[in-house]
Design a protein around this ligand. Structure first.
Ligand code: PGA
Length: 227
């Protein structure tokens, strides 16, 4: 049974109150690490990538409720601590997260992030022991050295309700693993509780990156169950 990553990407959604409501509605009994789950589901690793403003309260709630949910940031400064107004750096993030999304197509297109900048971000994450989840749109893109988790997210599938075919996503994942020293490949783009299994059943896919369907706690829980 392979290890599956179920990664939520909240994007620019959720106030503190909304994030609190989301995490409070997560049923403790289902994901307490000390509650033995079925062998299949115990290999599912849930990560919530959330805006900086809610990471702290999520961290507190997850600790208090003993939830087996890891936290991720949606961005990281390409610089270390210093005079970089507005930037949240790896040293600061390390207090709250284990993962960080880097290279999402929305960062590339709306914020003009280049390969050089993304590589700097990966290096900063690595310096502070934060695991980058590096997003690419195809198997032709360069992947910075040392990246172990890649999310394949074709732009046409993001937020559109139209997924790639599981077979094609699997082929891209196989190609990424063959070309680069990548350990895990996730698929992202309109994944929901109804279609998640068609992706997680593929040999070369090791999980999913979920936007819209992660915003509702009940839908996300169902998605985890069905993965
Ligand atoms: P979506 O977003 O699930 O809403 O398509 C996925 C993503 O952008 O990571």
């Amino acid at each position: 049974m392979k290890k599956l990553f179920i990664v939520a990407n909240w994007k620019s959604y959720k106030t503190i109150k909304e994030a609190q409501e989301w995490v409070m509605s997560f049923p403790t009994k289902k994901i307490l690490p000390e509650t033995p789950l079925s062998p299949a589901s115990s290999l599912k690793h849930t990560v919530v990538c959330a805006p900086f403003t809610v990471l702290s309260i999520l961290h507190q709630a997850i600790t208090e409720k003993h939830l087996s949910v890891a936290l991720g940031a949606e961005d990281i400064s390409p610089f270390d601590e210093g005079a970089f107004t507005g930037a949240i750096n790896g040293k600061q993030l390390k207090e709250l997260v284990e993962y960080v999304l880097i290279g999402h197509s929305e960062r590339r297109s709306y914020f003009g992030e280049s390969l050089q900048l993304l590589t700097q971000k990966v290096q900063m994450a690595q310096k502070y022991g934060i695991i980058p989840i590096y997003c690419v749109q195809n198997d032709q893109e360069q992947i910075p050295q040392g990246v172990e988790i890649v999310a394949y997210e074709p732009v046409f599938a993001i937020g559109t309700g139209k997924t790639d075919t599981p077979e094609n996503a699997n082929a891209v994942a196989r190609s990424l693993k063959a070309k680069y020293n990548v350990r895990y490949v996730l698929y992202g783009g309109s994944v929901n509780s109804g279609n998640v299994a068609s992706f997680t059943n593929q040999d070369h896919l090791d999980g999913v990156l979920v936007g819209s369907a992660s915003l509702s706690a009940p839908e996300f829980m169902q998605l985890i169950d069905h993965a």
